[in-house]
Design a protein around this ligand. Structure first.
Ligand code: PGA
Length: 253
């Protein structure tokens, strides 16, 4: 039985004081959250220690980063390595978010290199983002496009490691636009992703992989999305910035 994973993606939002206030408020509400739901916040690098100090101890709230380099060290000005994040104590790492692919030159190849590096660390698990643009959806090529992202990302990854990858299906046209995919559209693509993982490995592997939907998830639409068979959680941008909305999503199912 797969657990639900609701992960907030703060993107480039919140200073230290705001992160700390969020953590204190969320802490006060943790008792409202079902034991069957895993919760995570993926924050900017500079706020990770604040969150880990405030929330990380009990591991009730997992703390994640939003990107890292695949090399451990070197002349890569402005980058952060996975060993550096391990030292800080992160549990999760978002890889291949569409904003990184669109604005920062992330490719299927670098996504694969990053995944392989993370999976060498026992205590950090990846959230791999995939998803098509509006143009691709309108051309009817969305399934083959997302399947090709999955094949490239999972290249040379063992079945045991593959189970540790959470996949977030995030149609680019639904991110930050207020335009959510319908629960059926989201379910259909999550099913395509699960089938592709089964083709690459086996049903036993694909049954264990957590697949999230992301793109304008809010308390009002979370219940319906999370009730779909192949949707095991959500990656939440805008609505993860307010504790009330985030907890509303975490308690929706
Ligand atoms: P959104 O972002 O919830 O603001 O649409 C989702 C994401 O980009 O992870």
């Amino acid at each position: 039985m797969r657990r639900l994973l609701i992960a907030g993606n703060w993107k480039m939002h919140k200073n230290k004081a705001e992160a700390s206030a969020f953590a204190q408020e969320l802490k006060g509400k943790i008792s409202q959250l079902s034991e069957n739901v895993d919760i995570a916040i993926c924050a900017p690098f500079t706020q990770l220690d604040t969150l880990i100090e405030a929330l990380g101890d009990e591991k009730r709230v997992l703390i994640g980063a939003q990107n890292a380099h695949y090399e451990d060290a070197g002349a890569f000005t402005g980058e952060i390595s996975i060993p550096m994040l391990k030292e800080v104590g992160v549990d999760l790492l978002i890889i291949g978010h569409s904003e990184r692919r669109q604005y920062f030159g992330e490719t299927d190849e670098t996504v694969n290199l990053k995944l392989k590096r993370i999976l060498k660390e026992e205590d950090i698990n990846p959230i791999l983002c995939v998803g098509e643009s509006l143009e691709i959806r309108e051309s009817g090529e969305e399934n083959s496009f997302v399947e090709s992202q999955i094949v490239a990302a999972f290249k040379d990854i063992s079945a045991e490691d593959a189970k540790r990858i959470t996949v977030a299906y995030e149609p680019i046209w639904a991110i930050g636009t207020g335009k959510t995919a319908s629960s059926q559209q989201a379910q259909d693509m999550c099913k395509v992703i699960r089938q592709k993982i089964s083709d690459l490995y086996s049903d036993a592997v694909s049954d264990e992989v957590i697949i999230q939907y992301g793109g304008s998830v809010k308390p009002a639409n979370a219940k319906e999305l999370l009730s779909m068979e192949d949707i095991d959680g959500a990656l939440v941008g805008g609505a993860s910035l307010k504790v009330e909305d985030f907890v509303g999503i975490c308690t929706a199912k």
